[in-house]
Design a protein around this ligand. Structure first.
Ligand code: ATP
Length: 306
């Protein structure tokens, strides 16, 4: 599959009112072909509203929307056929086994080999013979994931895909997302926390109170993010040697041990440390959540001032 230069999802000035209450305020969103895009925001930010508009499950109040080059308002059926969609609120009332539902949905999408369904169910440790209405939240989520992935759609739109999955299954799910991207497919997934998407997303956008407050390239974000570093030397070191090094802050030197936070590249710190004998070095993963959180806080201040 070759990547198209056109965005797979594009919204311009997307606005949604529920009666007199505005849920989305002029959203401009572009998701590129072949990328994994994290759509982040706290509960009530408008993630599900946006996603439902993309699938034409609800209608926008204003603005423009294109999904796979089509307008959901006129081509909703085609979009829903071509997209793998996981709803955020999956409820099943049927007594029939999960296998029947998946076979039915597979037929609607032009036929999906049973072996493909079985392989996904096995990966997610899902028993397809159980009646749908008896399934726990986690198992319902697995059925939702199988139906979203099983026809190998060119675009996956997943609303809170990791909710209800234990850590092992979350990892399996992320592997499925990586495989989809390796096949040239596009994944748009929402979450209320960055940590669930940070390892897999190429870019992420933050939605707050119905407004897009940031869109970030994850690699760039990682490079900018702060890391907490601890270095223990063979002999005591002087604080003055480490104070003022490029990127180093919150320095605390306690005899032979240096604690600090490094913004961006640790190069200056590493070179200074290398003048001594280093016994131990720990560097905590950058806290991207904290970096993203600053956007939320900034926005809150703007909102409070208004
Ligand atoms: N059918 C509806 N009628 C009225 N208001 C609604 C409706 N659906 C959502 N809202 C409101 O619109 C806002 C956005 O909700 P939405 O469900 O899109 O947020 P979300 O980011 O998906 O959050 P969550 O993770 O809690 O679902 C919220 O204030 C919500 O109360």
């Amino acid at each position: 599959m070759h990547a198209s230069p056109d965005p797979v999802i594009e919204t311009r000035g997307l606005t949604k009112d529920y009666g007199s209450r505005r849920a989305l305020f002029g959203l401009d969103l572009r998701v590129r072909a072949g990328e994994v895009f994290g759509f982040l925001g706290p509960n009530g930010a408008g993630k599900s509203t946006t996603i439902r508009i993309l699938l034409d499950l609800i209608r926008r109040s204003a603005g423009e929307v294109l999904v796979l080059g089509r307008d959901p308002r006129t081509d909703g059926v085609e979009i829903r056929r071509r997209v793998g969609y996981l709803p955020g609120d999956l409820v099943f009332t049927s007594r029939r086994p999960a296998r029947d539902l998946l076979a039915y949905l597979g037929d609607l999408r032009g036929g999906v080999p049973a072996a493909q369904v079985d392989a996904l169910a096995e990966r997610l440790d899902l028993d397809l013979s159980r009646p749908l209405r008896s399934l726990s939240k986690g198992n319902r989520q697995k059925v939702g994931l199988v139906q979203a992935f099983m026809h190998r759609p060119e675009l996956l739109v997943l609303d809170e895909p990791t909710s209800g999955l234990d850590p092992l299954l979350q990892r399996e799910f992320l592997a499925m997302v990586r495989e989809a991207r390796a096949d040239g497919r596009t994944v748009f997934m929402s979450s209320h926390v960055l940590s669930e998407v940070q390892d897999v997303a190429d870019r992420a956008a933050v939605l707050r109170g119905g407004r897009l407050v940031a869109t970030e390239d994850m690699d760039a974000l990682r490079r900018r993010a702060a890391r907490r570093v601890r270095i223990r030397f063979a002999a005591p070191v002087a604080a003055a040697e480490f104070a003022g090094l490029a990127g180093v802050r919150d320095l605390d030197v306690d005899g032979d041990t240096v604690h600090c936070v490094v913004d961006g590249s640790p190069d200056a710190l590493v070179k200074q440390a290398a003048r001594h004998t280093v016994l131990e070095l720990d560097s905590a993963e950058p806290d991207l959540e904290e970096l993203f959180f600053t956007y939320y806080t900034d926005q809150e201040e703007v909102g409070d001032a208004a």
